[in-house]
Design a protein. Structure first.
Lengths: 287, 426
């Protein structure tokens, strides 16, 4: 093939791959959701341990009263690449939770304190019980929330395509965290002429805008202990808990990206060596 | 091609012993070491090997995943999460398989594109091409069945929508759908049988691939000029020449593959599939995986359900007939001044249909989908037969060697004005 047609072929390849991403992150239309700068953003990003620890504090003291985290095991809280709490602390924390134990000799169900290997116990026996406890609204489990939500792509074929291309090149995967953070801080009064709805709150980030969850975060809730290293604002809480939930949904994130760099360096060196070899072999052939 | 000189020399007593009883070493040597390949192949010819690699990756990762996956309605979603969170290297194997499916389609679309551009479907490669279309169909079926298995919202509703299409078939449609589902709705029964078939079909693909490679090694490879090699000096042995080139291209392809696996494993998927399947909640937009989008757009471009289904399947079935629909005397689009423009218009339409498939089926999107669907079919049914007859192709090089020499001396297009266009078999 001539250079020109190779280039064309590459363009087709690129546009095929760009078209690939069209459906990604199309989870519902809300207001524009600003992209945050996360420590784990992009292809080199890694979690900020301190932020994950703060985020867990927010989850535990605020979110956990209604939202489960049933796919996360206690042991993971003590792992590197996560909040990395001291193991003893996590053991003590786990013991505060009751989980189902073995059936006893009389055939009765028992409970026991949770251990490191256990996951967070469910808050509700089933969805109906959860709805009944919250006036009909179902507080979703948060284990995967940052993967199950995203930011809508901009409208229009050109901006859409450019956004997809940029996201592919930069490895943008944080749409769910951006969405959760926006949702937590975008409670506001409904715009002029929009009627209040009973038992619902207006939220500019939520698809459809009316959400059953009351604004959960306020400034100065005192969630970060005696000597907080960051300002105790609702925005900071929202950011930290979103980061924590991003980890909860993707606990192997750090090791995956680290391995990715090793793999990429290995592949690039191999590719160069192969190319040199290929050139040497083909040198005598007119082709 | 298959008639080239046999140079195999068994080395050592075991090889000699085996060669008299089952000459598998001789076959491998003749077909994959000594096999003559045209010396002017470009990198578009490396996707065959890349696709073989993709198939093996899918089978190997798939077998490992199946050891941990549970194909039951209440556990499928959880078991995938279990793989990603708890199984050793599950965080790597699961995205290798999921991203691998997408990469398989990237490669197969480029492979098909190359075949179309250089006329690789024309005589004597019709059977080779038709086998390829069947492989493509089997791949689509496998990918569709596989997308069911994570049992997320998009899995569930994707299956519901696509299997429901069969209900458009007159008289027996409803019965077929009930038979596919194993009941009156998509349930764990459906999931279980889809898992079984998803495990079966890759081996069917493997069998078809063996036939595809066999047919290739009978007819020999096409090349960018579309002129058959005339002498041994126009070919090089597959090893080391083509092998090295293929391996280099493969590693470059794996870099792209690794990019998605390690840095953007969810980029090619849909967020809704991280919500467990719920028959009571329909997602706002049900969209298939990206590689089905052009066909999905064709389906929705037709106002009638049965018509849409027929056209969607016809979009692939038409490929079976192009060896005879294309009336051109020359293979390669490079030498076809008129057809070239239609070809790129068709390629653009296919990509545009992909975009439209991801958009809601309303307003201008539908209008455009209809226009591009028309172009898609008109290309095969009108352009291929008509342009082939009315077009005067550029003068073909007499041989591959001449094409190489002319290019190197910088004389550009009109290869040897004195040389008449060599008529090829239609």
């Amino acid at each position: 093939m001539t250079f020109r047609s190779s280039t064309k072929a590459l363009l087709v390849a690129a546009s095929l791959t760009v078209a690939a991403a069209a459906p990604a992150f199309a989870a519902g239309k809300g207001a524009q959701i600003e992209r945050q700068s996360w420590s784990f953003s992009g292809i080199t990003g890694q979690f900020d341990e301190a932020q994950l620890q703060r985020g867990f504090a927010v989850y535990r003291q605020v979110c956990a009263s209604c939202h489960g985290l049933t796919r996360v095991a206690f042991r993971q809280l003590a792992e590197a690449g996560g909040p990395n709490f001291p193991e003893e602390e996590v053991k003590a924390l786990a013991q505060e939770y009751e989980v189902a134990g073995p059936v006893d000799d009389d055939g009765e169900a028992t409970t026991r304190p949770a251990r490191l290997a256990d996951t967070f116990p469910p808050l509700y026996p089933n969805v109906k019980a959860a709805r009944a406890a919250h006036g009909g609204a179902y507080p979703p489990d948060l284990s995967l929330i940052t993967k199950a939500r995203g930011v809508p792509h901009p409208e229009g074929v050109v901006t859409h395509t450019l956004t997809m291309a940029r996201d592919m090149v930069t490895g943008y995967q944080e749409g769910g965290a951006d969405y959760v953070k926006a949702l937590l801080v975008k409670y506001q009064d409904p715009p002029e002429g929009v009627e209040e709805k009973d038992g619902l709150y207006y939220n500019a980030a939520y698809p459809g805008n009316w959400i059953a969850m009351a604004p959960p975060l306020l400034d100065d809730m005192g969630l970060y202990g005696d000597n907080p290293t960051v300002p105790e604002t609702a925005t900071q809480y929202a950011k930290d808990v979103s980061a924590f939930l991003y980890w909860a949904a993707d606990p192997k994130h750090d090791v995956r990206k680290q391995t990715g760099w090793l793999a990429l360096i290995y592949l690039l060196i191999t590719a160069v060596l192969l190319y040199i070899t290929k050139r040497a072999i083909w040198k005598k052939v007119k082709h | 091609m298959s008639g080239h000189a046999d140079t195999y020399q068994p080395v050592g007593p075991v090889s000699k012993w085996l060669d008299k009883r089952l000459p598998i070493g001789r076959m491998m040597h003749n077909q994959f070491v000594d096999f003559p390949t045209p010396k002017n192949l470009n990198y578009m010819w490396t996707f065959g090997g890349i696709l073989m690699f993709c198939l093996i990756v899918q089978i190997v990762t798939g077998i490992v995943l199946a050891m941990h996956y549970v194909a039951a309605e209440s556990m499928a979603f959880d078991s995938v999460q279990h793989i990603k969170r708890n199984v050793n290297y599950g965080w790597l194997i699961q995205p290798l398989h999921a991203v691998g499916a997408s990469m398989f389609f990237v490669a197969v679309y480029l492979h098909i594109f190359r075949g179309l551009y250089y006329g690789s479907y024309k005589a004597p490669r019709e059977v080779l091409w038709i086998l390829g279309v069947f492989i493509f169909l089997a791949m689509m079926a496998t990918a569709f069945l596989g997308y069911t298995l994570p049992w997320g919202q998009m899995s569930f509703w994707g299956v519901t929508v696509i299997t429901n299409l069969f209900s458009a078939i007159p008289f027996v449609g409803e019965s077929i759908v009930t038979w596919l589902w194993g009941g009156y709705s998509v349930t764990g029964v459906t999931l279980n049988r889809f898992f079984s078939l998803h495990y079966l079909l890759p081996f069917v693909i493997f069998g078809l691939v063996i036939l595809h490679v066999w047919a290739l090694h009978v007819a020999g490879q096409n090349n960018p000029t579309g002129v058959e090699p005339r002498s041994a000096s126009e070919t090089v042995p597959m090893s080391p020449y083509a092998v090295l080139k293929d391996v280099f291209a493969l590693v470059v392809f794996v870099i792209l593959f690794a990019w998605f696996v390690f840095f953007a494993p969810d980029y090619l998927g849909h967020a809704d599939n991280y919500i467990p399947a719920d028959p009571l909640v329909t997602p706002a937009h049900i969209v298939p995986e990206w590689y089905f989008l052009p066909f999905y757009a064709i389906l929705r471009a037709v106002p009638d359900k049965l018509g849409g289904v027929i056209l969607m399947f016809a979009a692939i079935a038409v490929l079976l007939f192009i060896p005879w629909l294309d009336t051109s005397r020359v293979r390669s689009t490079k030498f076809r001044p008129i057809y070239k423009w239609f070809f790129w218009l068709w390629a653009f339409s296919a990509v545009a249909l992909g975009y439209l498939g991801a958009m809601p089926a309303e307003g201008a999107y539908v209008t455009w989908a209809r226009i591009f669907t028309f172009i898609y079919f008109a290309h095969f049914l009108l352009v291929m037969p008509i342009v082939g007859v009315i077009e005067t192709p550029k003068n073909l090089p007499r041989s591959i060697s001449e094409a190489v020499l002319r290019r190197d001396s910088g004389s550009g297009v009109g290869f040897g004005d004195a040389v008449p266009a060599s008529p090829e078999k239609r």
